[in-house]
Design a protein around this ligand. Structure first.
Ligand code: ADP
Ligand code: MG
Length: 475
């Protein structure tokens, strides 16, 4: 046993003495030491819930126990162990798995040593830096409702396709606001596709994609990287809105074209439609829009209720004594409207409370525990296109009038109103808005916003018009 492992045993003994057997076995029994280096202790736990609970309640205590053993320890890092690289079929030794999650460095090592790369080689997947997958995010645990039927069906179709099948929609582009199930669906495709063993499915966050490329370019092995990428049957990219940088985008564009032209499936998720990916150039945007673009709407109350029920069932497999009466689930489904993450958070709190106090879950407990997750109705994501459409309709001009350079009074005012609404109802920047209004300068947008702001103070009729427009856009 190494010194560090021995220290870890002593740290655990200390913890147990400090918090007591019950608390220790609830929270720390499944915590493992992964690594101790440069004063940073890296510990792993099997679930995200444990991680966040320990982080918010015991981080300092764990650190103090470590420092009592080894005073050079300065920081604790918690990771979730169940996160496995989906592209590796066999379980791997822990140390290697850790290194593999650092895709870029593995890549430069492997390629630098002149190791041949092929898609079937797990080294390639490490090299490509496939992002970690959460074992719980599968089709089985994905609840289908009105807002996500189409997206789910398309995702299933993609996952079930076989090598050589004609590609039905490429890319499949799924967009939705935060916490509405994009990552869940993308990882479900990855799990299912790889389990079928038909086509290699590589799941990457946009960040991983950038990271891989940047380091590949730096080590001048871009060619090998591209070759390896092209060995992938299905490329899944999550959170595309984070893709940044000119050279990354150029590479993304090449990759996208190469894959699509070769009949490989590409699946993308983003928080906005292709037309609103401001930083990408027009060709990429139109290529993205050329496949199937599906939006997932907010989770309706019924769907929230079903998701909660499914969650309780799965929680019970680890905590058989955990039970949540249906009225409590109904209450949460009704009041916690924000998104899937808050639903998960709400249940986790009930579970924690139940575990720690031994009290069974009641409506009163739920009301107390989830109070701060209850928010006013989440405002709808407003799109610039919708603003233009609705403003044009209201003022009886055409959308192209709004985008045109015409300066007659009957289009100038509606255009200013639309720009004002775009600034106040979306998170888009002034230059972005300008671009979406026929390529105008940001100062023009700023002028319009100020103009309308100035007018609504005095002009009741205009203020009311704007209120009506806002209401139409947000309902
Ligand atoms: P996004 O990537 O869109 O921000 P996630 O996929 O991370 O959202 O979903 C947030 C949480 O909500 C996850 O825990 C996910 O499992 C859950 N969730 C969202 N939609 C569903 C659904 N239809 N069925 C089951 N769980 C869902
Ligand atoms: Mg996500």
């Amino acid at each position: 046993m190494s010194n560090d492992d021995e220290s870890w045993l002593r740290v655990k003994a200390r913890l147990r003495a400090e918090v007591g057997d019950d608390v220790f076995s609830s929270w720390f029994a499944r915590m493992d030491l992964e690594q101790l280096a440069d004063g940073v202790v890296r510990l792993s736990v099997p679930t995200r819930f444990l991680k966040s609970w320990i982080q918010s309640h015991y981080a300092e205590r764990v650190l103090a126990c470590w420092q009592a053993e080894q005073e050079q320890v300065g920081r604790i890092e918690l990771i979730v162990r169940s996160a496995v690289l989906k592209t590796t079929a066999q379980p791997k030794p822990k140390a290697e798995l850790m290194a593999a999650s650092d895709g870029a460095s593995r890549f430069s090592n492997g390629a630098g040593a002149g190791r041949p790369m092929s898609a079937g080689d797990p080294g390639v997947h490490e090299a490509l830096g496939g992002s970690p997958l959460d074992a719980r995010l599968t089709f089985d645990s994905f609840v289908v409702g009105r807002s996500n039927t189409l997206a789910q069906a398309a995702a299933r179709q993609v996952a079930a396709a076989r090598r050589g099948d004609p590609v039905m929609f490429n890319p499949l582009y799924i967009h939705a606001g935060v916490g509405l199930g994009k990552t869940h669906l993308l990882q479900a495709i990855t799990w299912a596709g790889n389990a079928a063993n038909e086509r290699k499915v590589l799941y990457l966050t946009a960040e991983k994609f950038m990271y891989g490329f940047v380091s590949a370019l730096r080590t001048q092995t871009a060619l090998a990287f591209k070759e390896a990428l092209r060995g992938i049957g299905v490329l899944v990219i999550d959170d595309l809105q984070f893709l940044q940088g000119k050279s990354t985008q150029a590479e993304f564009c090449h990759t996208l074209n190469a894959l699509i032209d070769a009949g490989r499936q590409v699946v993308i998720a983003s928080d906005r439609p292709p037309s609103e990916l401001e930083s990408l150039d027009d060709r990429v945007r139109s290529r993205l829009a050329g496949g199937l673009v599906v939006e997932m709407g907010t989770l309706g109350e019924e769907l929230r209720f079903e998701i909660l029920k499914a969650r309780v069932v799965s929680a019970r497999s680890h905590h058989p004594s955990f039970d949540v009466p249906l009225p409590v689930l109904a209450y949460i489904a009704k009041t916690v409207t924000h998104n899937g993450r808050d639903l998960e958070g709400a249940l986790n709190r009930l579970l924690a409370h139940n575990k720690l106090t031994g009290q069974s879950v009641t409506l009163e407990m739920a009301e107390r525990e989830v109070r701060d997750l209850i928010r006013p109705q989440e405002p709808k994501r407003v799109k610039i296109e919708d603003i233009q459409r609705i403003v044009a309709r209201q003022y009886n001009v055409s959308r192209s009038d709004l985008l045109s350079s015409r300066r007659t009074a009957n289009v100038v005012r509606p255009r200013q109103v639309a720009m004002y609404l775009a600034k106040t109802l979306t998170l888009r920047s002034l230059p972005e808005i300008g671009r979406r209004f026929g390529g105008r300068d940001h100062t023009t947008v700023l002028h319009a916003v100020r103009k309308i702001e100035g007018l609504v103070g005095n002009d009741m009729a205009l203020a009311e018009e704007i209120e009506i427009l806002k209401r139409q856009l947000q309902e």
